[in-house]
Design a protein around this ligand. Structure first.
Ligand code: ASP
Ligand code: MG
Length: 429
């Protein structure tokens, strides 16, 4: 017997029929002799609808109240799912994040989990019940206010609970069969990946592959907890997110060592903008002043490029990317230091996309960059910025080129599957 945490995304519980289908799966898992703890997201597009509602009421709602509103979505799904399980003869009990012991800091809208004290969950388990926990929410340790973990945060709730309960695996149910070499909505010939390392998954999550919440992968890696990403619409095996050592052990025991792929995925992120600080004096301390101001404003910077002044002007341009939603704050922060930094002007460009190639095999295989850039060139994709990590190459291009770029690179690395990937829900939740 094992302890399994099962997390169901919004598309898996989008309506009454889906809720019943998921209830069946949970009851079957329990009947197979496992202990099950369930984490649910809000039904379908509920979170977006609640955000729209808030926006209609107030242009700038207090974080505390917005969190209280958004957490209502998960309360609805946990209660109806518990009802559906009861109907099937199972014993389910729903719990809010706070009741389940998800203790966070007080950063509304982006709270971090600082402790998990799931005594009510273990109690329910010991009584043979199935606890259903509302994802994406917790309670602040200091203020005792209700918090949310950021969009997509239910994944992190599930992993944090799985770690705290000592679960064997955390199953994340979504509307595709697992992790693919590209978003099947963009690349119909994307292939499913059987295993992926935490590191690769982290890079993919960070560059816009929306399969898993970034922090859930960080959390799982820290505690070496296996994540199984799979579809609630089928019974197929999904993708295991595990350590490199665990993958090597599995491949050896399966005798498939030779199949180790070089590339695990290609992703596009259309949510960033590019900001150029024009005419920055070419002297020590300028970059520190620019990025210091941005850091104080809480702006998350991704890529940075400084174009060295070729002409002898004594000035350079500094370009960086950040989330589109942060550009107003970023320009305000920079304007406040314009006189001390002495730059000339700011340019903001939201029509950019980041396209990334991720694979642990990059470390030991030469020629990956050459293949990547020739594929982009052949597809007529113009490269505006480049950044790399040990296991990732990213470029910035026009938004309009992003999907062509992904498809071209996917084909160039031989990742195209024979058949077409199935997208069951369509929203990727
Ligand atoms: N319902 C929340 C969202 O849409 C949390 C989640 O689904 O993970 O962001
Ligand atoms: Mg999600």
């Amino acid at each position: 017997m094992s302890l399994i945490v099962q997390k169901f995304g919004g598309s898996s519980v989008a309506d009454a029929a889906s809720v019943k289908r998921v209830a069946r799966r949970i009851v079957d898992t329990k009947a197979a002799g496992h202990d099950v703890v369930v984490v649910v997201s809000a039904m379908g597009d509920t979170t977006d609808e609640l955000l729209d509602l808030a926006e209609q009421v107030s242009p700038n709602p207090p974080g505390r109240e917005l969190d209280m509103l958004l957490t209502a979505g998960e309360r609805i799904s946990m209660a109806v799912l518990a009802m559906a399980i009861h109907d099937l003869g199972g014993q389910a009990r729903s719990y809010t994040g706070s009741q389940a012991g998800l203790i966070t800091d007080s950063a509304h809208g982006a709270a971090r989990i600082i402790d998990v004290t799931p005594s009510r969950i273990t109690e329910a388990l010991s009584e043979g019940a199935i606890p259903i926990v509302a994802g994406f929410q917790g309670v602040a340790q200091d203020t005792k206010d209700i918090t949310t973990l950021g969009r997509g945060g239910s994944d992190t709730t599930a992993v944090a609970l799985a770690v705290a309960l000592g679960a064997d695996v955390c199953e994340i149910y979504t509307d595709v069969d697992g992790v693919f070499t590209a978003d099947p909505r963009v690349v119909p010939k994307a292939s499913q990946v059987r295993y992926i390392t935490y590191e690769e998954m982290l890079e993919l999550a960070a560059v816009g592959a929306k399969v898993l919440h970034l922090r859930c992968v960080e959390y799982a890696r820290r505690f070496d907890l296996p994540i199984h990403v799979r579809s609630s619409f089928s019974d197929r095996e999904g993708t295991l997110v595990i350590s490199e050592a665990a993958i090597a052990a599995r491949r050896t025991s399966e005798g498939t060592t030779m199949e180790q792929p070089i590339i695990s995925g290609v992703a596009a992120d259309l949510n960033d903008a590019k900001v150029t600080v024009v005419g920055v004096p070419d002297r020590p301390g300028e970059a520190a002043a620019i990025f210091g101001a941005l850091a104080s404003a809480g702006i998350n910077i991704d890529m940075i490029v400084q174009n060295v002044s070729a002409a002898n002007t004594g000035r350079t341009d500094v370009t960086f990317t950040c989330p589109q939603g942060s550009t107003a704050k970023a320009t305000a922060a920079l304007e406040s230091v314009q006189s001390t930094v002495g730059f000339e002007s700011l340019l903001v460009d939201a029509e950019i996309a980041k396209v990334s190639l991720v694979g642990a095999g990059m470390r030991s295989n030469p020629g990956v960059s050459a293949t990547f850039f020739s594929a982009l060139a052949a597809a007529g994709v113009n490269v505006e910025m480049i950044s790399t990590s040990e296991i990732r190459i990213s470029i910035v291009t026009r938004t309009s080129s992003a999907h062509d770029a992904v498809r071209a690179v996917h084909t160039a690395f031989g990742l195209d599957a024979d058949g077409e990937a199935v997208v069951y829900g369509g929203t990727g939740r």
